[in-house]
Ligand binder design. Structure first.
Ligand SMILES: Cc1cc2nc3c(=O)[nH]c(=O)nc-3n(C[C@H](O)[C@H](O)[C@H](O)COP(=O)(O)OP(=O)(O)OC[C@H]3O[C@@H](n4cnc5c(N)ncnc54)[C@H](O)[C@@H]3O)c2cc1C
Length: 465
């Protein structure tokens, strides 16, 4: 039964970074704001809980960052990873306004810490949250609450009333039944559809059963689906997503950062036939790690194995699961369930092709193979020092890129090209405007914070009139 309706200036659907940046901005402009979050309080904040950093352009003044990162460099990086598949105006806006983020986020209570080292190489490009994503999120919630934002937990949006492209109300269905929340504006910040395996299966078929979802089980794409059904224009390729290779032993949902494996560049990666299938040394980690989920998804059985030796085992951040260890490649193959003869041949062909060079994983070094049909172009070192190690890999889906199309004011565009007067979007739900494909480490939070703020500004201004 529908309970009595409440009314706000701004209804924010979702409870992660994008939602909170939007809610805080609108509340600071004096508007009455409600945040409706599908998850219970402990699990609030979706994928934002799992994050560690945000990518920002900076001129050397950000206290915990090193060097500088100009808007031109940021833009070039984005163009390279997306292959130009981005809305250039929105990409420029993201990059330009990313400069404000360290100060602005700090102003909302978020602390920063010096960057992590290792394979990350993110000191000049990414600001790291003190206390990780959970710490950042708690700070945003505290600030929003202090500003008088109403928080509703276990309150998934289950229906949207939209008339001629204008938002009227959202139905949220909680433990006590359904309630109708009216609003002068809507900000959709309810994530992608990555946790909805049936939806993923439409594009990936049965292979999706072998995907692991790195983040929240609550991002099922319901708000996105309803908006698209109500005539909002879609953006992005539904098969495109941020997907990394993670430890195959990770849980189905919410395994988070501790299950990610950063060892790929240090050795070779083979599929279940024990053969290599991609250049493991193609580019620096922040620009290339996010292609590996997709690559593994395209392999038979959606499984692969990273093979390294004793030289490399301490050079990357380990997974929460120990590596499978063996005294010989043949024994390692047996333990991983691979054909021993084939893996021995793959490793020995690789070792023979390795050229001498100066190994340096912090840059594109000169260690490469020569003569292999599939080269390894950097960081190629022989795999010959026991013990040998293997990690099983599965596609770890982070977030999907199909979203709602927005303009530079974060306003949703409707089929036919008209702009919605009062519906805005921020974060994963519109990330596909900027990310046609590929990924740059930390840009998920950039898109959420930049467009969250823009959406909050726009919604506040609209609600005032
Ligand atoms: C393991 C992991 C590590 C990551 N690390 C980083 C990183 O270091 N830096 C970075 O930039 N990005 C990182 N990302 C990506 C980043 O998490 C996302 O880009 C970002 O958090 C998206 O913010 P958002 O607010 O759009 O979505 P989310 O933070 O996912 O929030 C979406 C919210 O919507 C809610 N919701 C869903 N459906 C409904 C509904 N029907 N009604 C109401 N609420 C609903 C969810 O409960 C959730 O609170 C990482 C992701 C994962 C999974």
């Amino acid at each position: 039964m529908l309970q009595s309706s409440e009314s706000y200036d701004v209804v924010v659907a979702g409870g992660g970074n994008a939602a909170l940046c939007a809610a805080i901005t609108a509340a600071r402009a004096g508007r009455r704001v409600v945040v409706v979050e599908a998850a219970p309080k402990f699990y609030r904040g979706g994928n934002t809980r799992h994050t560690r950093n945000v990518r920002c352009s900076q001129d050397g003044r950000a206290p915990t960052m090193t060097g500088t990162y100009s808007p031109e460099e940021f833009r070039d990086d984005l163009m390279r990873v997306t292959g130009g598949q981005t809305d250039e105006a929105l990409a420029r806006l993201t990059v330009e306004r990313s400069r404000e983020l360290p100060d602005w986020l700090h102003g909302q209570g978020i602390g920063f810490q010096p960057p992590l080292g290792g394979t990350l190489s993110l000191g000049s490009t990414n600001a790291f949250f003190l206390g990780g994503g959970r710490g950042a999120l708690n700070a945003l919630y505290r600030t929003a609450e202090r500003l008088g934002v109403t928080m509703l937990y276990e309150a998934p949006v289950t229906a949207l009333r939209i008339e001629h492209g204008t938002f009227v109300s959202a139905t949220v269905t909680g433990k006590d039944g359904a309630r109708d929340i009216r609003g002068k504006t809507l900000i959709a910040a309810a994530g992608g559809f990555e946790a909805n395996l049936d939806w993923l299966k439409r594009y990936w078929g049965e292979a999706a059963d072998n995907f692991l979802i790195r983040g929240t089980p609550y991002n099922r794409g319901d708000v996105l689906r309803m908006l698209l059904e109500k005539g909002v224009m879609a953006v992005g390729d539904p098969t495109q997503c941020h997907a990394v290779a993670i430890d195959a032993r990770a849980p189905k949902f919410d395994g988070g950062i501790a299950t990610r494996l950063d060892c790929i560049i240090f050795g070779i990666v083979v599929n279940k036939d024990a053969v290599r299938f991609y250049d493991e040394g193609e580019d620096l980690w922040p620009k290339r790690y996010a292609i590996w989920g997709r690559l593994v998804a395209q392999q038979p059985g959606q499984i692969a194995y990273s093979i390294i030796d004793a030289k490399s085992i301490h050079q990357f951040m380990p997974s929460i699961f120990p590596a499978v260890a063996a005294g010989s490649i043949r024994e390692l193959a047996e333990k991983l369930g691979l054909d021993g003869a084939v893996l021995v041949r793959t490793v020995s062909d690789f070792n023979t092709a390795v050229c001498p060079g100066n190994f340096d994983y912090t840059q594109l070094d000169d260690c490469r193979t020569e003569g292999l049909p599939l080269p390894k172009t950097h960081w190629a070192r022989t795999i010959d020092q026991p013990p040998f190690y293997g990690y099983p890999l599965r596609p770890g889906i982070t977030f999907t890129y199909l979203g709602v199309k927005v303009d530079a004011e974060a306003r949703m565009l409707l089929e036919g090209g008209r702009t919605s007067p009062n519906m805005f979007a921020a974060g994963e739900i519109m990330a596909g405007n900027v990310l046609g494909k590929g990924y740059l480490a930390g840009i998920g939070m950039t898109i959420g914070a930049v467009f969250g703020r823009i959406a909050g500004e726009g919604a506040a201004a609209h609600a005032r009139h």
